[in-house]
Design a protein around this ligand. Structure first.
Ligand code: SF4
Ligand code: SF4
Length: 353
């Protein structure tokens, strides 16, 4: 026979639960004043590494919501060797995901055989209009900056040989740069005799060698990105990088002015170059912007065809690995850097010829 409970026991039990929770920390998070503590692999938004996409269409076909739109065209690539066969290659024209339809199942990320799709934990991209949730290729590419690096290896595990090699090389280069800097400093401190001043002016450190403690943000960049509709987290990260760049350029210009006061032309040119670096790194690196300004009719990098077979720019790869980027990201960026270099070489050759 079932035991009958005393009258009022249920009420007391209920009150007990209420009292227990009355003195506990509330579990409510006061978003947006408090940022939620998300797991690193949170499914926030899908990022696209377009250089990895081969337009195989697997993601689009597997997507249960049919919310991935891909457009491409075929290009004929000349044979790698003389007498070989010309090949065709798919070139991605459009890649878009409609996040108003996406159900965040992650099938597309899993099926992509070329690691072109990644999860980013970024989730603040709500829009007033549903059209804004259709993210085109450029926006999907920007999300790549917010993809966290892969989890650390087990404690004590050996690094992959390739990565260890790259880190070793970068450390060597850093030591060399430090030694050069020390030499330059010694030369600058030594009493100027004859051409001494000129030699010191020539040994000015490069922008990459100047150390700046990160932490502040460039308010102008931050405001511009927020006005463009970027998320606070992304705007803050980019504004931090912009501040470091500007600070380095400023320090370099100061050092140049100190060293090259007596040097004349050279010293006057270098701060200007430093300011250019701070403005737009990519364009300054390739020299594309300068070329375009000087001769608008010239062929541009995008007009040059370069055929690669998976080659990478080792320097870029090593630098990215040393920065802590994942091997996959480093490899794909190093591939792009190799292509850029080859194109630039080809352009230079054409101009020289
Ligand atoms: S997460 Fe799922 S629904 Fe969203 S795009 Fe990928 S496959 Fe489609
Ligand atoms: S599965 Fe990957 S490589 Fe294939 S089309 Fe989709 S993103 Fe591109």
């Amino acid at each position: 026979m079932a035991a009958t409970s005393l009258p009022g026991t249920g009420l007391l039990k209920g009150l007990g639960v209420t009292i227990k929770h009355l003195f506990r920390e509330p579990s409510t998070q006061m978003y947006p004043h408090e940022r939620p503590d998300l797991a690193p692999r949170t499914r926030g938004v899908i990022a696209l590494m377009d250089e990895n996409c081969t337009v195989c269409m697997l993601c689009s076909r597997e997507c249960p919501d049919w919310c991935i739109y891909i457009e491409s065209h075929k290009e004929t690539v000349p044979p790698a060797k003389e007498g070989g066969r010309a090949r065709t290659r798919n070139v991605l024209d459009r890649f878009a995901i409609d996040f108003s339809l996406c159900m965040y199942c992650g099938i597309c990320v899993e099926v992509c055989p070329f690691d072109a799709l990644w999860w980013s934990p970024e989730f603040e991209y709500a829009e007033y209009s549903i059209d804004g949730l259709l993210h085109e290729m450029g926006r999907l590419r920007e999300w790549m900056d917010t993809v966290p690096p892969p989890p650390q290896l087990d404690e004590g595990a050996e690094l992959p040989a390739e990565v260890a090699d790259a880190i070793g090389k970068v450390e060597q280069e850093r030591e060399l740069a430090a030694a050069k800097e020390a030499e330059a400093q010694q030369a600058a401190e030594a009493p100027a005799e004859g051409g001494g001043e000129k030699a010191a002016a020539g040994a000015a450190p490069k922008q990459a060698e100047i150390h700046v403690e990160a932490g502040q943000i460039d308010q102008e960049t931050y405001d511009a990105l927020i006005a463009e509709g970027k998320s606070e987290r992304m705007a803050r990260a980019k504004a931090k990088a912009a501040w470091v760049k500007k600070e380095k350029a400023r320090l370099r210009a100061e050092q140049e002015a100190e060293r090259g006061g007596a040097g004349g032309g050279d010293a006057a040119e270098q701060p200007a170059a430093a300011a250019g670096d701070a403005g737009d790194g990519d364009a300054a690196d390739t020299g594309e912007a300068a070329d375009a300004g000087a001769a608008p009719a010239k062929r541009r990098l995008s007009d040059v065809e370069v055929e690669g077979d998976g080659e990478i720019d080792q320097e870029t790869y090593d630098a990215l690995i040393a920065e802590g980027k994942s091997e996959r990201i480093a490899r794909s960026k190093a591939k792009a850097a190799w292509v850029k270099k080859k194109k630039q070489e080809q352009l230079d050759q054409e101009e020289g010829g």
